[in-house]
Design a protein around this ligand. Structure first.
Ligand code: DC
Length: 224
């Protein structure tokens, strides 16, 4: 891991605002964004299309050799599998759900570490997920942990899905988020939790702009 290039980590519950704030922060600082959920979503997708059944070292390694995180013009990463961009397949609700199941696998989590470390690029990286500050980038210069009330998070996810043309039921969304939270928090390996040195941000009643101001202030204090 390159300690000279600053990394900011944002961990937290599903739909707590990590991605939205990461994008705004990236615009302000010009940093790359690693949305680490795409890696677990990739394996969920590969399982769904029959590329992997058994998650053993051999099968995982074979697939990882065919995965490339391609930096994009808007400073995020596309997922290329066997040179094909599969990113557009990853953001469906059912893939998110399956991702929270496959992400319990310790072999997979360890095998994905180098891919994530390789995302550290100048001038900096914003890494969001569940274990960015606790496990993947323990030396990051600023660690944030996002939380928000379940009703607010379910409403955000619901609005987002409606905007994308789906027709979800609010109750299903809330249930699905609760289920994923429980899986992410209670798994044995790299569970979702705030790092000891993380700043907790409750976005229930804060808007994106005030969260951004707070983070920029915290970033300034790091003196980077
Ligand atoms: O952030 P997301 O919705 O794209 O994440 C999908 C699932 O992937 C999430 O429910 C748990 C898993 N995940 C993880 O275990 N560790 C991460 N750093 C990011 C995501």
């Amino acid at each position: 891991m390159n300690n000279m290039i600053p990394v900011i980590t944002i961990d937290g519950l599903a739909s707590s605002g990590k991605s939205t704030v990461s994008k705004k922060l990236s615009k302000e600082l010009g940093f790359y964004i690693l949305d680490s959920g795409i890696l677990y979503r990739t394996f969920a997708y590969l399982k769904r299309i029959g590329e992997i059944e058994l998650f053993n070292q051999d099968n995982i390694s074979k697939l990882i050799r065919n995965i490339y995180l391609e930096p994009t013009k808007n400073l995020s990463f596309n997922v290329l599998f066997k040179d094909t961009n599969i990113t557009k397949h990853l953001h469906f609700e059912d893939i998110g759900h399956l991702a929270s199941v496959v992400s319990k696998d310790e072999l997979l989590r360890n095998a994905l570490l180098p891919l994530q470390h390789d995302c550290i690029k100048k001038p900096g990286l914003i890494a969001n997920g569940r274990d960015m500050g606790t496990k993947v980038f323990p030396n990051s210069i600023l660690k944030l942990y996002f939380t928000a009330d379940i009703e607010v998070r379910a409403k955000r996810r619901y609005d987002q899905l409606i905007k994308n043309g789906s027709d979800p039921k609010f109750e299903d969304i809330r249930k699905s988020l609760q289920d994923r939270d429980e899986k992410d928090i209670n798994r044995a390996i790299s569970p979702l939790k705030a790092a000891k040195d993380a700043v907790i941000i409750d976005s229930t009643e804060l808007n994106v702009e005030s969260i951004l101001d707070k983070i920029l202030e915290l970033y300034k204090i790091t003196g980077t």
